[in-house]
Structures are given as structure tokens and as C-alpha cells.
Ligand binder design. Sequence first.
Ligand SMILES: Cc1cc2nc3c(=O)[nH]c(=O)nc-3n(C[C@H](O)[C@H](O)[C@H](O)COP(=O)(O)OP(=O)(O)OC[C@H]3O[C@@H](n4cnc5c(N)ncnc54)[C@H](O)[C@@H]3O)c2cc1C
Length: 413
Amino acid sequence: MNWEETPDERDFRHEVRAFARERFPVGYGPDPEAEHSLEPEDVWGYDWPADRLSRDPARRAGARAWAAALAERGWIAPGWPVEYGGAGLSAMREFILREEMMRAGVPTVNGIGAMLLGPTLLEYGTEEQRAAHLPGIARGETTWAQGFSEPGAGSDLASLRTRAVCAGPGSGSYLVNGQKVWTSSAQYADWLFVLVRTDPEAPKHKGITFLLIDASSPGVAIRPVQDMRGATPFAEIFFDDVSVPVANRVGAENQGWYVAMAALGFERAGIGATVKFEQVLSRLVGCLRSEKEPGCPGRDTAVLRHEIAQRYIELRTQYNLARHTASQLEAVGIPGHEASVSQLFGAELHQRLARTGAKAFGPYAQLWQRDGAPMEAAFAHMRFDAVAATLLGGTTEIQRRVIATRGLKLPKS
Ligand SMILES: Cc1cc2nc3c(=O)[nH]c(=O)nc-3n(C[C@H](O)[C@H](O)[C@H](O)COP(=O)(O)OP(=O)(O)OC[C@H]3O[C@@H](n4cnc5c(N)ncnc54)[C@H](O)[C@@H]3O)c2cc1C
């Protein structure tokens, strides 16, 4: 790949910066009470799906105005064709756009719909499905959640048990029963894309179907799940005789596994948290230099300095991995095992960075409340998030298997 930015790409970068400066709604600031997001593409202090439905009218208006501003340019779903509300940008321009938005500290809008479901429908959906669902996502009007994981099916996703059966001869619909868990932002979603078992007799990968389910359908119950700190970034979903039109099936019956694998590939292809991490490391260095923060027992040790330098090098590596993934995507249209390399490196870097912060602040790093804690407890929260980093979007062990078998072509164990 060419690592040099073209003059056009540089101009585009400036255009995005100017847009974020000029169009981000006044008054839509980070919520000081919000828990740090667990999703790599999210900017700390914002939770756009929740903000869009917030009880605070100013917050709600800010989230909607930001979505409308981005939608004007097709920048909620920048890589999609213009006819569906996208901007038809190349993967590299999309990368630049997302990078600059993160540098500007403004939230991603409709990430799950735009980055996961949209590309999947463009690849596997029918024309009717694209026309029905893509424009709403691109305008920031309909939000989606990804219902794959179940209590007994995470890494071993193919053992999922949520069932869909034909509702009766000529009914044109399925009846869905079962449970999903860890579904990020499901409590704010209008629609769900879900994997269901349609043939219990078939080998487990072969009897699965990919369905689009209206979250307001009778029989759907969504209950937020609380994490250790009391936040509710995800939910569990129960399906009790939920009727889903056959027209909402993506791909053929029993072929949903292959559709889902494409969706997971898109999930791993983002720029991820690189920019977010760079910002937190710069803040750490600024803070250690300032002498104003409470308790920096390790501030002058050679070990800490060495470790911070190491993290900077790793962040540049992570940035280049994400850029390389974007260039692969541009070249071949779908993300390959490079996306797993990028995700794996990023997740482990997240944990190393959290440990560096903990070393810098010693016992103060454990202060949980923002008042009085160094860097408003950013590292306490980061250490918490870092646990999930090596799980969400596929665990590190699973990423290693993808790299080994698809990237290095090693035999499956
Ligand atoms: C913050 C967060 C957000 C999430 N959001 C969503 C979402 O929006 N939608 C969704 O569908 N899911 C979501 N998930 C679920 C996520 O995809 C699963 O947590 C993940 O796939 C791991 O599954 P599990 O939790 O069941 O762990 P398990 O699969 O039970 O794994 C437990 C441990 O065993 C290891 N292990 C398992 N199998 C193997 C193997 N074959 N070889 C080696 N080691 C193995 C794992 O690596 C892990 O360390 C989210 C999870 C988190 C933490």
C-alpha cells in the first residue's frame, strides 16, 4: 500500500476538520456523568444511541442535530452508495473521516447500523431490504443492535439455540423463540439483526438463518444488563413467539452463518480506539509534567518513561494496522484476516495502556470517583473497559485462530 496521503486525501482531511468545527451542535458536549463507552468507535462522554432518546431535551436535540448535519453529506454511512444515503467514499477516505471525527472528539452516529448491517445488506440483502432499511440508517432515524451472542453461544456462536420455525403453511413468516445476551445498546434500538436456528438437524454451522427483527414486535422483551460499575451498555433480549416476515431474511434459509461472518469482518475493520488511546496517553504525559495532579509516585522512574515510549510506538503500529486494513478493504471490497490482526493488537494494547496508567498513578489509579482522582479517573475506567476489550467483537483466542487458519493457512485444530 501507499503510506503517503495524496493531495486530494489531505484536502479531504481538512474538509472534515472544518465540518466538525463548524457543524457540531453548540451545547452537545460530553456528558460528565456518562460512563466511558465500551465500544472502540465511540468517543468518551457520548453515547449517541442513548443521547438520541435522552430525557434531557438539549441532549436529545444535540444528538439529532448532529445526525442531521452528517446525513446532509452522507457521512453517517460514508462508504455506502449515494442512492442509499451514503457518500460513496473510498475505504481510505472513510478511514480519514472517522479518524478526524475521533480527533475532534465528536460522537459516531449509528455505528452498528452504518458499519455492520449496512455493508452486510449491500453484500447479501435484497433490493427491497436495502431500500427499506438503508436510508433510515443513513439519516440517523433508525438504530440497530446486533443480536448474535447467547448465554451458551459466544465464541462458539454456531451452537446458538434461538429457534425460528415456519409459522404455518402460506403464512409467509417465522415464529422466533429464544434469548440473546450482551447486545450492545439494544435498549435504544428500533431494529435487531439476529441469528436463529432454522434446521436443528443440520451440522451446527449449516442450520442458521440471519433475520431482521423489528424491536417493537409483540413478544420481544429487552432488558438492560448492568455491568460492575452500574452502567448498562448492553441488554438481554427474549423472543416469545415473535412473528417475523420471511421477507426479513437476509440470504437463503440455513445460510445465515456466512452472512454473519461478513458482518463480523466489517465489525473488525474500523479504525478502532487508536485515536482515543493516543489522546489519553498525551493527557497522561501532560499530567505527569504538570506536577498538579494528585499522586504520581512513578513520575520520574526510568521504567515508566520507557513504558510510555513503548506505548507510543505501539499506538503508531496500531494506527498503521488500521490504515492497512482500510487499504485492503479498498483493494478487495471485504475485510480479510488483517482486520483480526488489527483488532487483536488493539485489544491487547488497550490492556497494556491501562496498566501503564495504573503504574503512573500507583494507588491513586484505583480511585473510581472522578472528583479528586487523577485524570478524572480515566485510567480507573480504562482498566475496567480493558477487560471487555479482549472479548467484545470476538475474543483474542478466536482472533488468533482466524489469523492462523485464514491468514497463515495453518490447519484447523
Ligand atoms: C462490551 C461487550 C459488548 C458486546 N456486544 C455484543 C453485541 O452487541 N452483540 C453480540 O451479539 N454480542 C456482543 N458481545 C458478546 C461477545 O461477542 C462475546 O462476549 C464473545 O464472543 C465471547 O463470548 P463469551 O462471552 O460467551 O465467552 P466464551 O466464548 O465463553 O469464552 C470464554 C473464554 O474461553 C475462551 N475460548 C472459548 N472458545 C475457545 C476456543 N475455541 N479456543 C480457545 N479459547 C477459547 C475465550 O477466548 C475466552 O477467554 C459483547 C460482549 C462485550 C464484553
